[in-house]
Design a binder for this molecule. Structure first.
Ligand code: A5A
Length: 491
């Protein structure tokens, strides 16, 4: 292990855009030097983080879904079948038009999402009510010719880690039930990442192309802009009618299936990085940290390291601590490189390792070591014979406290400024503003223009608070009856 990076301080996080680029590079998450716009390369460390995040997502999905893999190429005629859908995507599709030097008779689209790849096959898979519900997912790359400013992990032209789930049901009620389950699943997922979210129903004029309605998870990034980190769509029968997906019901009649789909991309990794990181680099929740504990031997001479004089060596003590932590299922490394301790601290802090153990000759004499938390920098002396329990307990503490800190940040960026137009404008530059808006698309667009924001939609509240009397009021644009909506500058 050689850490060659310079140890100069990084751009402070309050300059979020530059901080973000610098962290992706210095923590070796993503290499942005690939020569296609919006297309990037995962570094090994970044990919380890990505895999741990997706392992959580996978384990949640595996409870009720089966994993599949569909082709990346979609024949043009299938892609064009669903009129609403293609209207939404036509400007974003990459096309394969040649095989070698031969023009293809039917061009192939690179999937921007896989409804039109999957549903012609659902038609032949689904025969009877006994085949339903069908619940599948895949984690694949998808391609979107994004014209807005591209950004690593946030707005990609090749989305490398697109998790899309697709379900089919006998009734609309069952499909709506699935939407609720998907919301619960995404809540669970983001909770484990310590990423706070707002859940809204998108305005009808901004739903997923082809859906009956769309529900979105958004988080607030440190610059006050929201990032949509997941969406859940009730498709109803629209795709079933287009792709003729029918099942034979118990009474022998043929019925269209009712569908849902829901997706998450590597934006979930961007949210972990953006929300928890600080001026020293990444701060990773223990659940997804590729290395949860780094052990740094503090040695001043060869003798300290190896115990030449017959005393117990620091090296051996570090190896023993590592073995015990590994046995307890903790992801741990010992940094035996030739760097100075300070350079090692810098290296592992940048990578967000939640806990550092420092162990030197003096600690060894006391049969103890020092635990240092990445999130608070708090140091504590811990007896070597209790190190496993102490590490486990501290990792749990860190998980909880970085999640709470993130929720605190989110709450601090939520503003309720229905009354004053100037204040509304000012607040919309800093976070999420809640206002009343009617369902008219023109009012939505006027508001978006006035404030330079996006309408996220109507917040979804728990059943107990649904009666909240302030959820309705006069539209800020036309003064007709409106509903409470969130607006914000969005990525
Ligand atoms: N078939 C459904 C699931 C679908 O495609 N929905 S979606 O278009 O809303 O995409 C799902 C999620 O992928 C979005 O909520 C967003 O978080 C993410 N996403 C969309 N476009 C992206 C892009 N260009 N780069 C990175 N992530 C993107």
């Amino acid at each position: 292990m050689q850490h060659n990076e310079d140890t100069q301080t990084i751009v402070p996080k309050n300059n979020f855009s530059e901080w973000y680029s610098e962290i992706l590079k210095r923590a070796e998450i993503l290499d942005v030097r690939y020569p296609i716009k919006g297309v990037y390369v995962w570094f090994p460390y970044g990919y380890k983080l990505r895999n741990l995040v997706y392992q959580i997502l996978r384990s949640l999905l595996d409870e009720e879904h089966e994993e599949v893999q569909f082709p990346m190429l979609i024949p043009e005629d299938e892609l064009l079948k669903e009129k609403e859908h293609i209207k939404g995507f036509e400007d974003e599709v990459f096309w394969v038009t040649r095989g070698g030097s031969t023009e293809l008779e039917i061009p192939f689209a690179l999937r921007p999402t896989s409804e039109t790849a999957m549903y012609p096959v659902f038609k032949v898979w689904i025969r009877s009510h006994a085949d339903l519900p069908l619940r599948v997912y895949q984690i694949v790359n998808t391609f979107r010719y994004e014209t807005k400013h591209t950004r690593p992990l946030i707005r990609l032209r090749e989305i490398t880690s697109f998790k899309e789930a697709h379900t089919a049901h006998t009734t609309r009620a069952d499909a709506e039930e699935q939407v609720k389950k998907a919301v619960a699943l995404y809540k669970n997922f983001f909770d484990r990442l310590g990423v706070p979210y707002l859940i809204t129903r998108r305005p009808q004029w901004d739903k997923f192309p082809g859906a009956a309605y769309s529900i979105a998870f958004d988080t607030i990034m440190p610059d006050g802009r929201t990032l949509q980190i997941g969406t859940i769509h009730l498709l109803g029968e629209s795709f079933a009618r287009t792709f003729d997906i029918k099942f034979e019901d118990k009474d022998g009649s043929l019925q269209y299936v009712n569908q849902t789909c829901y997706g998450i991309s590597e934006r979930c990794v961007a949210s972990v990085i953006g929300i928890h990181g600080d001026d020293h680099g990444l701060v990773l929740p223990p659940t997804v940290a590729p290395t949860q504990v780094v052990i740094v031997p503090i040695v001043f001479s060869r003798k300290d390291a190896t115990g030449d004089d017959g005393s117990r060596s620091v090296e051996a003590a570090c190896a023993a601590v590592r073995a015990n932590l590994e046995k307890a299922g903790i992801r741990v490394v010992v940094d035996n490189s030739d760097e100075r301790p300070g350079a090692k601290y810098y290296h592992w802090e940048m990578r967000g390792v939640p806990l550092r153990i420092e162990l030197g000759p003096r600690d060894l004499k006391n049969e103890s070591c020092i635990l240092v938390r990445r999130d608070t920098s708090a140091k504590r002396q811990v007896p070597l014979n209790a190190v496993v329990q102490e590490v486990q307990r501290t990792l749990e503490d860190i998980q909880v406290s970085i999640r709470e800190a993130a929720h605190e940040q989110l709450r601090a960026r939520m503003y309720n400024t229905n009354e004053d137009a100037a204040e509304r404008y000012a607040r919309a530059q800093q976070g999420v503003v809640s206002v009343f808006l009617c369902e008219n698309e023109e009012c939505g667009q006027k508001l978006e223009e006035q404030l330079g924001v996006s309408v996220l939609g109507e917040p979804l509240v728990d059943a107990e608070t649904a009666e909240n009397e302030t959820s309705k009021g006069p539209c800020v644009i036309c003064a007709q009856q409106g509903k409470r909506v969130y607006v914000a500058r969005a990525y």
